[in-house]
Design a protein around this ligand. Structure first.
Ligand SMILES: Cc1ncc(C[n+]2csc(CCOP(=O)(O)OP(=O)(O)O)c2C)c(N)n1
Length: 222
């Protein structure tokens, strides 16, 4: 929201896309951003990826609204609900919202309905809070499979193009992993810099503790 507003003040032709999860819509920042965006008619599109869960918390415990898109009404902006597993539909709705923002119409709230078929992280056991049947149903609605099926049925995708897309994706992923592994190691002591102009007593104590730990480790006593 801030970026979109700043861009407009500077006269830059920018539309910002802000993405948030269903759980994220319960945060105060979400409401403040939507409110300011609508009041200032900022060129921003809010995309809520509603995958049903915030880690283990289901949507019913995040909101009592009929849908997350409904929230747009209260802020005074258009709200759109779209099948998040239908790539063409998502593209259509977002393109519309971007055109609306670019023309000075202000923000749009888009809710894309989807599902998180895997656990939140590898530390999360999703079987504790949902059934297998539900997961299997959604596996059958994989957005990439659906798009592939649709394009193939329309004669717009052949085996060669599919393989080229898979190869390009693999190359991109491998390149990203390689570049991440090349990141220079960070100095852990930097954790304490730039927090306060004058470090607090507590921060100085923590800094000394970490320094001692690092020195002990380097000295081989651990
Ligand atoms: C302010 C804050 N509170 C709590 C967390 C811990 N946390 C990390 S992810 C997450 C759930 C987010 O849910 P959602 O927005 O639906 O995203 P998704 O699970 O789909 O990635 C929480 C509570 C956090 N990162 N920041």
């Amino acid at each position: 929201m801030g970026l979109a507003h700043a861009a407009r003040l500077k006269g830059d032709d920018v539309v910002a896309l802000a993405m948030v999860g269903d759980g994220g819509t319960s945060e105060g920042d979400f409401h403040e951003a939507l409110n300011f965006a609508a009041v200032w008619r900022a060129p921003v599109v809010f995309l809520v990826q509603n995958n049903g869960f915030a880690i283990s918390v289901p949507l019913a415990k995040q909101t009592a609204a009929p849908s997350l898109a409904h929230k747009a009404v209260g802020y005074g902006m258009p709200g759109r609900l779209v099948d998040g597993n239908d790539a063409a539909a998502v593209h259509e709705v977002l393109a519309d919202a971007v055109r609306h923002a670019r023309a000075g119409g202000g923000p749009t709230l888009v809710e894309a309905i989807t599902y998180r078929v895997d656990a939140h992280t590898n530390a999360d056991d999703a079987t504790r809070y949902r059934g297998d049947a539900e997961v299997e149903t959604w596996r059958g609605h994989d957005p990439i499979d659906l798009l592939e099926h649709e394009l193939t049925a329309r004669g717009l995708l052949d085996e060669e193009t599919k393989q080229a897309a898979r190869d390009a994706a693999e190359t991109m992923a491998a390149d990203l992993r390689a570049r991440m592994n090349q990141d220079a190691p960070l100095d852990p002591m930097e954790l304490f810099a730039h927090v306060y102009a004058e470090p607090t007593t507590q921060l100085r104590e923590q800094r000394a503790l970490l320094q001692a730990e690092i020195e002990a480790e380097q000295g081989g006593t651990h």
